[in-house]
Write a protein that binds this ligand. Structure first.
Ligand SMILES: [Zn+2]
Ligand SMILES: [Zn+2]
Length: 353
């Protein structure tokens, strides 16, 4: 009989039978190992959680009082002879790749990742393995990111121009990851940073976790419109078009997302400016990351899995598509071709095997 693989894809998530745990399960289990705190990876209802220590306060903020064990990057945890360790994924603060080893066989689950150092998340590190389970949210050649310094140069210039024209600056990005990346890379000699409550709550959780963020001011009903207009307003996607946002009119509204790389995305979001800034790896980043693991086989969990698997097979990898429920974090879920993503989700529900 063929040996069972160390990690399997089940209807609850990625499962290690030998160790008795799941990685990022989407249905309640006894033992969950969590790559990061985005909603499509960290679900409520598990009996025990293992995650990186910098995810602690955000997990409590998002999931409430859970039974959580945290570890540093590289720290080893044993479960029934299986060695588990977490390694930087560079996606958001506290995000981790999960390395699983048993009897000399090594698997790595990437979670979400990007390869560029964003100045706030611990930078991605390739982890050598036999089998690599990777995301590929942006696994199409059209997705090629510019260095973030150049993107922030554009953002700072846009802010300065708005300020000169006495127009408020509203910059939209998701609340865990993107907002803090923006905050840490803005030119604060231009003005102050004001935040929507959802973003400020996340900032507070991260500060409780010991992370030093640049100063921010939460917007309240008492905030002075004239003062706020001189600064920059960080807002989550859910605030677009709401009365909360309209009270800052006249404003210029910018949107930060990897999807802004495609023509039409800015218009669909009704944004004045689209900034191509993603917390996922671009096409080259995915290929370089996969190559750097030296793996024998690759399993693609979410994104353009079919296209990307075909390409990897063409260039000599042993690549497979697998069906998971990942890909609904705030950035990935925002994709223009949402119907394609929906087809994948339906397929998962309907597969039954
Ligand atoms: Zn994510
Ligand atoms: Zn995700």
């Amino acid at each position: 009989m063929a040996k069972k693989p160390l990690l399997e894809f089940t209807d609850k998530g990625i499962y290690c039978a030998q160790g008795g745990f799941y990685i990022d399960p989407w249905k309640p289990v006894d033992n969950a190992v969590i790559t990061h705190a985005h909603a499509d990876h960290a679900y409520i209802g598990n009996k025990h959680y293992l995650a990186h220590e910098l995810s602690r306060e955000v997990l409590f903020y998002r999931l409430g009082p859970i039974n959580l064990q945290t570890v540093a990057y590289g720290e080893k945890v044993m479960k029934n002879g299986v060695q588990i360790s977490l390694h930087p994924a560079g996606h958001v603060i506290g995000s981790a790749q999960i390395r699983v080893e048993y009897q000399g066989e090594v698997w790595v689950v990437s979670g979400d990742y990007k390869v560029e150092d964003d100045g706030i998340s611990t930078p991605f590190e390739p982890v050598p393995c036999h089998h690599f389970i990777s995301e590929c949210t942006f696994g199409m050649p059209v997705y090629q990111w510019k260095p973030q310094a150049s993107v922030f140069n554009d953002i700072n210039n846009w802010w300065r121009t708005n300020q000169q024209q006495n127009v408020a600056t509203v910059l939209v990005g998701y609340s865990l990851g993107k907002a803090q990346r923006i905050l840490q890379n803005l030119d604060l000699s231009i003005g102050k940073v004001y935040t929507h409550g959802v973003i400020e709550n996340t900032n507070e959780a991260l500060r409780r976790n010991g992370i030093i963020l640049n100063p921010t001011e939460r917007i309240t009903p008492e905030s002075s419109k004239d003062e706020v207009r001189k600064g920059i307003i960080l807002a989550p996607p859910s605030s677009v078009g709401t009365p909360w946002m309209r009270r800052f009119l006249p404003y210029s509204f910018g949107y930060c997302s990897g999807w802004m790389a495609i023509r039409g995305a800015k218009r669909r979001r009704a944004a004045d400016r689209g900034f191509v800034l993603s917390d996922h790896a671009d096409w080259d980043g995915l290929i370089s990351a996969i190559d750097a693991t030296g793996c024998e086989s690759v399993y693609l969990t979410h994104g353009y899995t079919a296209t990307f698997a075909r390409y990897l097979n063409e260039i000599g990898f042993d690549a497979h598509e697998v069906h998971t429920l990942y890909g609904a974090d705030e950035e990935a879920a925002d994709q223009p071709a949402a119907e394609a993503e929906q087809a994948v989700a339906n397929d998962v529900e309907g597969s039954g095997s």
